[in-house]
Design a protein around this ligand. Structure first.
Ligand SMILES: [Zn+2]
Length: 264
């Protein structure tokens, strides 16, 4: 430190002498300052880092070697924003690097056939199904015993139960495996799905998959329409096998479409 202070003092002297211009100081007396050595030695002084006696300037040997802690992710959006496409792309990125992924989706969702995650742009991948009785911690743990998993992906995660989100959280914490959930935030009545409510409460990281309303604003809500295009404002949260369609809207246009009868 004494050496560093000496150099600092020397340089300060130059700065004072030559009107605070380090460039002119260096041009005038280049032999006195080894610039590289000066900045390396003076790093803690220049960055105002406090140095305790005997503290090493180098990072500890363990730096960069400690295991990265896995996280629980929630990618949420409204309908038709491309969640499944984003999931399949993210999984593909892992597999392209030789890492294995485990894909899960709600069992009753058979839009693209049983045991498959499909997206509207035509790509798909095989997946295991889960229903209300599935223990996701067990499923992930079993899969990890038979292969080296790098990441778990859950599609339609709005259909997870509160307990199942806890099972995923335990898998993240105890098995140290990242879990990426993709799902809808709210239903057609503007209310949180149970799986999404639990994920919003528990996820380590949340990201919005965005899509837009016909007006160009971000769509955060969804309306359910019957076969004739009439907006439906009552019914079960989950409707399977009907000919209803869903349209994503911004909140203003969702209010307009539902006739301002909120809360629904
Ligand atoms: Zn709008």
């Amino acid at each position: 430190m004494a050496a560093v202070r000496r150099k600092i003092t020397t340089l300060r002297g130059h700065w004072t002498q030559y009107g605070h211009s380090s460039a002119s100081a260096l041009e005038t007396k280049p032999e006195e300052i080894n610039l590289k050595e000066f900045f390396f030695d003076a790093r803690p002084v220049l960055t105002r880092k406090k140095i305790r006696p005997n503290e090493s300037l180098e990072p500890p040997l363990s730096a960069g070697k400690s295991p990265v802690m896995a996280k629980l992710y929630f990618h949420y959006s409204t309908m038709n924003a491309g969640k499944s496409t984003a999931l399949l792309q993210a999984s593909h990125n892992y597999r392209e690097r030789g890492m294995e992924t485990y894909l899960l989706t709600a069992r009753f969702d058979d839009r693209s056939g049983a045991g498959e995650i499909g997206s509207r742009i035509g790509i798909s991948a095989k997946a295991d199904g889960f229903d209300g009785n599935s223990d996701l911690f067990d499923m992930i743990e079993k899969r990890m015993k038979s292969s080296t998993l790098s990441c778990v992906f859950i599609d339609e995660s709005q259909f997870l139960s509160y307990d199942q989100v806890w099972q995923l959280a335990r898998a993240v914490d105890d098995l140290n495996i990242p879990v990426m959930c993709y799902g809808l935030r709210v239903d057609f009545l503007g209310k949180l799905f149970p799986g999404s409510a639990a994920l919003l409460a528990m996820a380590d990281e949340m990201r919005e998959v965005r899509t837009i309303c016909y007006c160009g604003k971000k769509a955060t809500m969804v309306v359910r329409q019957d076969g004739d295009g009439n907006v439906i404002t009552e019914g079960a949260q989950v409707q399977i096998g009907g000919n209803e369609t869903y349209v994503s809207l911004c909140r203003r246009h969702w209010r307009e479409a539902t006739g301002e009868r909120f809360p629904l």
